[in-house]
Design a protein around this ligand. Structure first.
Ligand SMILES: Nc1ncnc2c1ncn2[C@@H]1O[C@H](COP(=O)(O)OP(=O)(O)OP(=O)(O)O)[C@@H](O)[C@H]1O
Length: 316
């Protein structure tokens, strides 16, 4: 559905302080297969939106090539646009017009043969029929997101781009939207979505890539990525984390110290834990808390970049 190689984009901004350049995307390759949900996971400023905007023809890449829904991104932009739906981060639902009018407008722009019928169908599909004639401003956050997706889907494209679709939604609305995105996949639509939520990437994506500072740092299925990093993580709060790390090193695949926290990556947490605790006790190392978890995508991010995704978000 998408094959892209070496996408790059640098922004130059001029202000009174002088010229600033930001290398937003620094050579991204990506492949999205037909019928899959593919995620672009990364912290704020990683280059997710820029990548999606390039692939949807909204901005021109400085370098790189791509085929999107069977059309060359640079030579056949109209063919690309015809075959995709794009839902931006802000959502693009107007305050004063109704959902029906906004969806109908999108249907006309795409020259859908029977715009009235296509609008009614997509309203029904997204449980919006009852709300269809209310002005946009009266809708809740979750309803607005559904309208935005309906606008992006009214011409029935085989490929849908969703830029951070659940940002700002409460847990119930997020779960509802995840279910709808899964239904799209069942109906045969390929989905490329960006997110900075680990749980979203883990729960929703068939495959994903992790981006940081405009580069792909890892790619694969969520479980492959987690397996690659390790089976389990033991997190200990200890008085002397460096000494503790040295002590448990022979038992671990990898150890990482983060302030007073020591993360120990092991294949089999349950069986390693008692041995590890004995080793710490023998050296008289004090311990104030302990947790055993399956590794998460945050551990993958940490292993690849040396930071956690949360810290990276705070930096940006
Ligand atoms: N039009 C622009 N002009 C200048 N800089 C830009 C422009 N668009 C993006 N950038 C910069 O490029 C970098 C990547 O931005 P981008 O929006 O792609 O990140 P993102 O991963 O989508 O982040 P977020 O999760 O915050 O949306 C950022 O440093 C951003 O400030």
């Amino acid at each position: 559905m998408i094959e892209a190689q070496g996408l790059r984009k640098t922004f130059t901004t001029r202000s009174r302080k002088g010229t600033q350049t930001v290398e937003a995307v620094r050579g991204v390759d990506l492949e999205v297969k037909k019928g899959e949900i593919f995620g672009v996971l990364g912290p704020n400023g990683a280059g997710k939106t820029t990548t999606i905007r390039m692939l949807s023809t909204l901005i021109a890449p400085d370098a790189g090539t791509a085929t999107v829904a069977g059309h060359d991104l640079l030579k056949e932009p109209a063919g690309v646009r015809r075959n995709l739906g794009y839902v931006s981060q802000a959502g693009g639902v107007e305050d004063t017009t109704s959902a029906r009018a906004q969806i109908m407008m999108a249907a006309r722009i795409h020259a859908v043969p029977d715009p009235g019928r296509a609008t009614a169908e997509v309203l029904e599909r997204f449980d919006l029929t009852e709300l269809a004639d209310r002005p946009g401003r009266t809708l809740s956050g979750g309803q607005k997101r559904r309208v935005a997706i309906a606008i992006g889907l009214v011409h029935n494209p085989p490929l849908l781009f969703l830029d951070e679709p659940t940002t700002g939604l409460d847990p119930q609305n997020r779960a509802n939207l995840w279910e709808r995105i899964r239904q799209l996949r069942e109906a045969g639509t390929s989905v490329l979505l960006s997110t900075h939520y680990l749980d979203e990437a883990d729960a929703l994506c068939d495959r994903l890539m992790i981006v940081d500072h405009g580069l792909v740092v890892a790619e694969g299925t969520p479980s492959d990525l987690k397996r690659e990093v390790s089976g389990d993580v033991i997190t200990l709060r200890v008085d002397e984390p460096e000494r503790a790390a040295e002590t448990v090193e022979p038992l671990a695949r990898e150890t990482r110290v983060d302030d007073d926290l020591l993360r120990v990556y092991v294949d089999d947490g349950e069986h390693t834990l008692p041995v590890l605790l004995r080793a710490l006790e023998e050296r008289g190392l004090g311990l104030s808390s302990i947790a055993l978890d399956r590794s998460t995508l945050d551990d993958v991010f940490l292993a690849k970049t040396g930071r956690t995704l949360r810290d990276a978000g705070a930096d940006a």
